[in-house]
Design a protein. Structure first.
Lengths: 417, 251
């Protein structure tokens, strides 16, 4: 069963090509190994059901624990199937206070061998490498484990994806970026063939992380479940702009109400070269309307904040162009402009008109006499006025922020024509 | 692997009965492998590695009960896993149908959980190589397990072993049939309900044979792991459990 070392470089390359598209050098990977670290969390509890929806979004690879990889191996059969990444180790580091038995000290251990991963049909193996332990000896042990995996991977011709993460009491907000760089450098030394790296929060610092990777492909981590689709998409766009080779999304995909749709958006950004806005604009061609689904509204008011910030540059939600009826966490419902045209009809000076092409109201301050007729006429009480002007919804000129930021899909857009 | 699994997993939606002749938690020591125990109706008998040779001579044919060999981790094992390596081959050589081991969560020290998992993962890896199924008992044990988190601890432990690659899990009764049902739905591998000595951990709900049988018969559990008792009436209890599992009579 022993393999010749001379083959491993070629084998690794061909396996890595299944994961990272050789055409554009990019990859979209879904992490579905959460059950190993956190237990049966939402999205991972019935993983088979979740993965059926995930594969519709055509990810380039799926990361799984050895047990799940064996049971759900049929997802990886066939030419167009995603690449299989097998998790080689375990850690309790992500079990924070919101999970059962929160970690008191960071621990890690091997859960499988490279040989077994190869038998499972893996195209790559993924392991952690933490930097930031209080105990330097523990850090050294972790590095030693990574080196052993690397040596086995070389023997078996299996690419090794190392996930370098700053973790432990030495990690602070100020040294985080430096520790990411340090852990990336250590991963390269340990023999990583690709990296799975947390985003440092801005393109400037992340570009120095990419530089530290010295040409090894860097896949950026999605992190915990974001409030909206737009937030992670923008982070991916930024990371790609400074040289990242793709993404690894976990909870943002498996806990999404529509994993396939979210993956399609990610692919548009990663493989399609689109911006987050352009990806989100898909399906918004024609005249736009805001629609609501009150049954999923949680009353979080993020829509109000997004509207105020986009239109006024502050969080004065009293000037937001929409309302939320009810208060958190009770039953709530968003109320948005449905472009009924009542305000346009009563405006005596034609200061308000309807944008028939994009949708939304167009307000001309020069023509407005502040007569208050429009605010009185609005059946939804959405128009407000102060001594300066009237505040109306123009659908953010075709990019409604409220819909983009709504975490539950209670506000969404519909295009006609 | 499949042939071996078929010997311990029930066919056509039935329920299996495994008897633990060497219970890691029992203070009475191992039960004698009498012919009464062998003919008690159990589908499998779990013995420790030290007695696998003796058991092999008693459980040598294709008829039930099947032989399952166990090896349990304790703090004293720590990171020394030299004992693990021969286990899979030993079990295979003695004609065993599965290897049984134990994974506990709730330890006072997080290191113990990591060591225990590493031990279990090593057994799974080695067994996998010789196509030997693994049954891992997932049990909350230690100062961090409480009444409040008991079922969650069971869910965490069982899901971890399932993700590590165990072919079957065994979990203790968690207080109600409903809570057992919910857990079994998220473990993702065939799951047995196992009898535990009472008072092992603070949060452990008390239960009798009726509770165990109910949680096997009214959930997706694939069977029951019963402790063989050295006390008089132990064999009778196994026969009673088997008869109820076969007849679907929980109460």
């Amino acid at each position: 069963m022993r393999r010749r070392r001379t083959l491993s470089g070629t084998e690794k390359k061909s396996k890595l090509d299944k994961l990272i598209d050789p055409g554009d050098g990019k990859a979209v990977v879904v992490a579905a190994d959460h059950g190993m670290m956190l237990g049966p969390i939402p999205g991972a509890a019935n993983l088979e059901q979740t993965l059926r929806r995930v594969v519709e979004g055509r990810p380039d690879g799926i990361l799984m624990s050895p047990g799940q990889a064996e049971r759900l191996s049929y997802f990886f059969h066939g030419k167009s199937s995603p690449a299989l990444l097998v998790r080689g180790d375990w850690t309790n580091a992500f079990r924070d206070r919101t999970y059962t038995l929160p970690a008191r000290s960071t621990q890690f251990c091997r859960i499988t061998s490279v040989k077994r991963a190869v038998r499972l049909g893996a195209d790559a193996m993924t392991i952690y490498l933490f930097v930031g332990y209080q105990d330097k000896e523990q850090e050294e042990r972790h590095l030693e484990q990574a080196r052993r995996f690397s040596s086995e991977c070389s023997e078996w011709g299996l690419p090794l994806v190392i996930e370098p993460v700053p973790m432990g009491p030495r990690v602070t907000k100020t040294n985080y970026h430096e520790l990411v760089k340090e852990s990336v450098a250590l991963s390269i030394q340990a023999g990583a063939d690709a990296l799975k790296v947390p985003y440092t929060g801005d393109p400037e610092t992340f570009s120095s992380v990419i530089a530290a990777a010295r040409g090894i492909p860097v896949l950026v981590l999605g992190g915990s479940k974001a409030l909206s689709d737009r937030e992670p998409l923008e982070a991916v766009e930024e990371a790609l702009s400074v040289g990242a080779s793709g993404v690894v999304f976990g909870r943002n995909v498996i806990q999404s109400s529509d994993p396939a749709r979210f993956l399609t958006l990610i692919r548009e950004v990663v493989h399609g070269g689109k911006t987050a806005r352009e990806a989100l604009a898909k399906g918004r061609e024609g005249r736009l309307f805001l629609r609501t689904n009150p049954s999923v509204c949680t009353g979080c008011n993020i829509c109000l904040s997004a509207c105020a910030m986009a239109r006024q540059g502050n969080f004065d939600i009293t000037k937001a162009r929409l309302r939320v009826v009810g208060t958190w966490p009770g039953p709530s419902a968003p109320v948005v402009c449905d472009q009924c045209g009542e305000c346009v009809q009563v405006c005596p000076t034609a200061a308000l008109t309807m944008d028939e092409k994009v949708g939304g109201l167009v307000y001309d301050r020069d023509l407005c006499t502040l007569c208050d007729a429009c605010t009185t006429a609005c059946p939804h009480h959405l128009l407000s006025m102060d001594s300066e002007r009237v505040y109306v919804c123009n659908l953010c000129s075709g990019w409604p922020e409220c819909a983009d930021w709504c975490p539950t899909g209670a506000i969404f857009t519909e295009a006609t024509g | 692997m499949v042939r071996r699994l078929k010997r311990i997993l029930p066919a056509n939606g039935g329920k299996s009965l495994l008897v633990m002749a060497e219970d890691p938690f029992r203070r009475l020591g191992p039960t004698t492998l009498s012919s009464d125990l062998v003919t008690s109706g159990a589908d499998g008998i779990i013995v420790g590695t030290t007695r696998s040779g003796e058991a092999a001579s008693l459980l040598c044919d294709e008829r039930p009960p099947a032989l399952l060999v166990s090896l349990f981790w304790s703090q004293s094992v720590g990171r020394d896993q030299s004992r693990v390596v021969p286990l899979a081959h030993e079990a295979s050589g003695s004609g065993a149908s599965a290897v049984v081991t134990l994974f506990c969560v709730g330890h006072a020290r997080d290191e113990d959980e990591a060591d225990n998992l590493s031990f279990v993962a090593r057994i799974i890896d080695d067994c996998d190589e010789v196509s030997m199924p693994t049954l891992v008992c997932a049990v909350p044990l230690g100062e961090r397990a409480s009444k409040e988190n008991y079922a969650d601890c069971v869910g965490l432990a069982a899901r971890m072993v399932s993700e590590a690659g165990a072919k079957c899990a065994a979990i203790p009764y968690t207080g109600s049939v409903e809570s057992v049902r919910k857990l079994i739905d998220v473990i993702n591998i065939p799951t047995f309900i196992m009898e535990l000595e009472s008072g092992l951990s603070r949060g452990q709900p008390s239960c009798g044979l009726d509770d165990l049988l109910s949680s096997v018969l009214h959930t997706g559990a694939c069977g029951l792991v019963l402790s063989a008792s050295a006390e008089p009436g132990g064999i009778q209890r196994i026969k009673q459990a088997k008869s109820r599992l076969c007849g679907g009579d929980a109460l």
